[in-house]
Design a binder for this molecule. Structure first.
Ligand SMILES: Nc1ncnc2c1ncn2[C@@H]1O[C@H](COP(=O)(O)OP(=O)(O)OP(=O)(O)O)[C@@H](O)[C@H]1O
Length: 241
């Protein structure tokens, strides 16, 4: 029997007042895949990720994560979420920020120190660990936020534009790490509007004006539209409806 999807959205709609920002979106994310949400600014990607994370509730429709209807506090503990705006304490050092979030996740003592060292090494911030975060650049804050989302080795990782403001070399290193994490069984949902990042996902959902316009692997989406690039495929799907 096929495994149940790790994340399932069924007819999800989100309205803010009279404005519909996500409309009737249904999709499945399988365990152990990097699933990309691709779309222009304002398409509704962040809203979808927040609803999956259980931070925001759908106006109608249902979302299941790890077989539980969201929002669910127990499942939220098994999710790592990296928001677009960094939720960091500026007056504390990076190390103190990590300690704070590690203790929320129940990581203590030697294990806590090990995880902090691992994630900071990964995002290349080991030498800046003792700096107060208000002295960090925008890109450094992004990297620290990513490190925090990885601290407790979550089963599901939700990343909202994780590589904005990050230089190409580090961006590549982060994608390599995401691939490694995926191979260890973590399910990753990542929003992006960068086409070459979309190519690195196992499957993609293309979103425009709150609607799902296509879902498939990068190759499938290109083949289906006779396109050479994901960008061309996106334009095709966007224009065809
Ligand atoms: N709390 C809110 N109240 C009212 N409108 C909102 C709220 N949050 C988001 N929106 C609107 O919903 C739409 C989708 O926003 P969302 O942030 O989900 O898009 P996005 O695809 O993530 O864009 P970006 O790539 O710029 O982050 C936008 O028009 C935005 O103005």
């Amino acid at each position: 029997m096929p495994e149940k999807p790790c994340i399932r959205l069924e007819h999800v709609t989100k309205r803010f007042g009279k404005k519909t920002v996500v409309e009737d979106v249904s999709l499945d994310v399988h365990k152990g895949e990097i699933f990309g949400l691709l779309g222009p600014s304002g398409a509704g990607k962040t809203t979808i990720v927040k609803m999956i994370a259980g931070i925001d509730e759908a106006t109608s429709g249902t979302i299941h994560v790890l077989n539980k209807k969201m929002p669910d506090l127990h499942v939220m503990e098994r999710i790592g979420f990296m928001a677009q705006s960094d939720a960091l304490y500026g007056e504390l050092t990076a190390f103190e920020n990590l300690q704070f979030f590690a203790s929320i996740y129940g990581l203590k003592g030697k294990k806590q120190r090990e995880r902090i060292d691992d994630v900071m090494n990964l995002v290349n911030l080991t030498d800046d660990m003792k700096k107060p975060v208000h002295q960090y650049s925008g890109g450094m804050k992004r990297r620290l936020s990513l490190a925090i989302s990885l601290l407790h080795e979550p089963e599901v990782l939700l990343l909202d534009e994780p590589t904005v403001g990050i230089d190409p070399v580090l961006r590549q290193a982060i994608w390599e790490e995401l691939e490694r994490i995926r191979q260890n069984g973590t399910t990753i949902v990542v929003t992006t509007h960068v086409m070459d990042e979309a190519e690195k996902c196992q499957r993609l959902a293309m979103i425009r004006d709150g609607r799902l316009i296509a879902v498939g692997s990068p190759d499938e989406l290109k083949k289906e539209t006779n396109s050479e690039t994901i960008e061309q495929a996106f334009l095709y799907f966007g224009g065809a409806r």
